[in-house]
Design a protein around this ligand. Structure first.
Ligand code: SF4
Length: 174
């Protein structure tokens, strides 16, 4: 990835979502995903060369301009394929006193394994308040699990999980 750039599916921030996490949120849609879940809802976001390259500073300005949003959700695609860009943008979200949710096809355990070879994964986790983890699994598809597509996906409190060195789920979404 070119330095200072992020590849997005939509070169803008979607505002006022109530389905991508707690509260009224904005969503940044990353381009590129290698998980290839069967019956994924956004297969057009898989291609790592598609989408639009956007200047990170431009996105940071857009984050600073957000109003009346509880936080920003990073979705896609999978934001954890662009660690540098994600870390920079998530830091800006926190600087603006908003929280960070991330949807990833990696499980928490896989991320911890990847982090042994690449510490940027830990840096990324340190910028995440809530992680919705794991691939979408068609046979576990459920409308009863809030903010998720399938029941294998977990809604994880990342600051607590890092502190206690084990997965801590957010109680109300268990
Ligand atoms: S992780 Fe998400 S975007 Fe990627 S293939 Fe699975 S459902 Fe689709």
């Amino acid at each position: 990835m070119k330095d200072g750039m992020v590849r997005l599916a939509i070169p803008d921030i979607q505002v006022d979502s109530i389905v991508d996490g707690e509260g009224i949120r904005s969503v940044i849609w990353f381009q590129g995903c290698g998980h290839k879940c069967f019956n994924c809802q956004n297969p057009e976001t898989w291609d790592f060369n598609a989408g639009v390259l956007v200047d990170i500073e431009t996105m940071k300005n857009k984050i600073r301009e957000l109003e009346f949003q509880q936080g920003v959700t990073f979705s896609g695609g999978d934001p954890l394929y662009q660690l540098d860009a994600f870390i920079e943008l998530a830091k800006e979200v926190h600087n603006c006193n908003m929280d960070v949710w991330v949807y990833t096809g990696f499980t928490y355990e896989e991320i911890m394994k990847l982090a042994k070879k690449n510490s940027k994964f830990i840096e990324a986790l340190e910028q995440i308040d809530v992680l919705v983890d794991g691939p979408f699994i068609e046979k576990l598809k459920s409308f009863d699990v809030k903010f998720r597509g399938s029941s294998n996906q977990r809604i994880i409190d990342i600051p607590k999980s890092l502190k206690e060195n084990k997965i801590i789920l957010i109680e109300k979404y268990k």
